[in-house]
Design a protein around this ligand. Structure first.
Ligand code: SF4
Length: 396
């Protein structure tokens, strides 16, 4: 799955899983081992996408649709090639199901103009720079329509690449790197096993920006835990890193501790104290106040209490006013706001669409709602506990 904003992109896997795979707050690849893909394998995938694209465009022309891919074109291609796609939808083998998925991905991509590509998985820059340049050139050769190529990259890997290598990658077509900074505080980075220091973040980020590749820096309110002093350090050091790098975008992803993340075990053992929602709001406010360069700032992921997207400093006061309005609410009003945001605002529906409803969670939600109805002084605490429980189920 690609990140927010990459819905129109073709997903091209240049390696499998995460070569680091140790961050305690992350569970994405914990059940999987990293493995590299060869340049030949990746080129093979590009060739397959090209073949499917040609097939669809050819059929479209045959149907008098001028090369435009529409649903009727896809259906005709499927119907006419039962040996590849099976007798859809009744008799389809595993292999044919894979072929159908491929066809549908490429068709969807063509419908968006075949412009964006996202290189998977966690750290595409881990590939040797020369190999990645070869892949990018091959991709551009096969699909001249491609104008934006994005990938995740670790700051440490960016720091290990030479300025010349990064520049060559940019010239070969790499447009954006999404880098998980999470924090600029060495104590937080170390305790979360991020495998990079504040210095690595700055060095990797500055090199990336100097090469012409745009950078989106992900930061994570809440990662320092519930200690107020550490929380302040976390934000100040994160601001240091951001203000040194001056990335194109800052993307906020507030902490959610998933049941499957190693941090969950630390929390249960009393070694990690989760932050309150109030503290995370203060951290977000500190970030917005402290950024001293022009950039896009967004909090689109649903783990965040507010949904902001806009330029800093132009939208700074608008974002801060929304936060101040929330902070001016009484504890009961805040509890209601939180419940609406996370329980009735779509988060719960998302996680329940992936899994069966959890009766214990439903019971906790019922208790929090009741305590809110009764205007109990415990309502805010109960709602916050429910939020962590909902967030532990998944990240939409
Ligand atoms: S580097 Fe990224 S994908 Fe890998 S473990 Fe850390 S957060 Fe997860």
């Amino acid at each position: 799955m690609g990140p927010i904003g990459e819905g129109a992109a073709l997903m091209l896997r240049v390696n499998r899983n995460c070569p680091w795979n140790q961050c305690l707050f992350c569970s994405v690849y914990k059940q999987s081992r990293f493995s590299a893909r060869s340049v030949e394998e990746i080129k093979g995938d590009i060739d397959t996408a090209r073949r499917i694209g040609d097939l669809l465009e050819g059929k479209s022309r045959e149907m008098g649709l001028n090369g435009w891919i529409q649903q009727e074109v896809i259906e005709k291609v499927i119907r006419e090639q039962p040996e590849i796609f099976g007798d859809y939808p009744t008799r389809v083998t595993q292999e044919q199901r894979r072929a159908l998925r491929c066809l549908s991905n490429v068709a969807g991509w063509y419908m968006y103009g075949a412009r964006r590509v996202f290189l998977q998985d966690a750290n595409a820059l881990f590939l040797k720079a020369g190999d990645l340049v070869e892949v990018l050139r091959y991709l551009k050769g096969a699909f001249p329509t491609v104008d934006t190529v994005t990938c995740y990259a670790r700051a440490k890997t960016c720091a290990q690449r030479t300025p010349e290598e990064l520049k060559e990658l940019h010239e070969a077509g790499l447009s954006w790197c999404l880098v998980g900074i999470e924090s600029g505080c060495d104590r937080v980075l170390d305790s979360m096993k991020k495998g990079a220091t504040k210095g690595d973040h700055i060095s990797g980020g500055q090199k990336l920006m100097a090469s012409g590749i745009k950078m989106a820096a992900f930061v994570m309110p809440g990662l320092a835990g519930g200690d107020r002093e550490m929380s302040a350090r976390h934000i100040l050091d994160t601001l240091d890193v951001l203000n040194e790098i001056r990335p194109t975008e800052i993307r906020v992803r507030s902490l959610a501790v998933l049941e499957s993340a190693p941090l969950r075990g630390k929390w249960e053992a009393g070694e990690f104290l989760p932050p309150s929602e109030e503290q995370m709001v203060d951290e977000l406010k500190g970030l917005i106040e402290g950024v001293n360069f022009d950039c896009t700032f967004e909090t689109l992921q649903m783990t965040n209490l507010f949904t902001f997207k806009g330029q800093l400093p132009a939208r700074r006061n608008t974002f801060l006013d929304a936060i101040s309005d929330y902070q001016a609410l009484s504890p009961l009003e805040r509890a209601r706001y939180l419940l609406n945001r996370y329980i009735h605002g779509g988060y719960l529906d998302f996680v329940q669409s992936w899994d069966c409803p959890d009766p214990t969670l439903q019971k906790k939600i019922g208790e929090a709602e009741k305590s809110l109805e009764e205007e109990s002084p415990e309502a805010l605490g109960k709602v916050e506990r429910v939020l962590w429980a909902v967030k532990s189920k998944g990240i939409p």
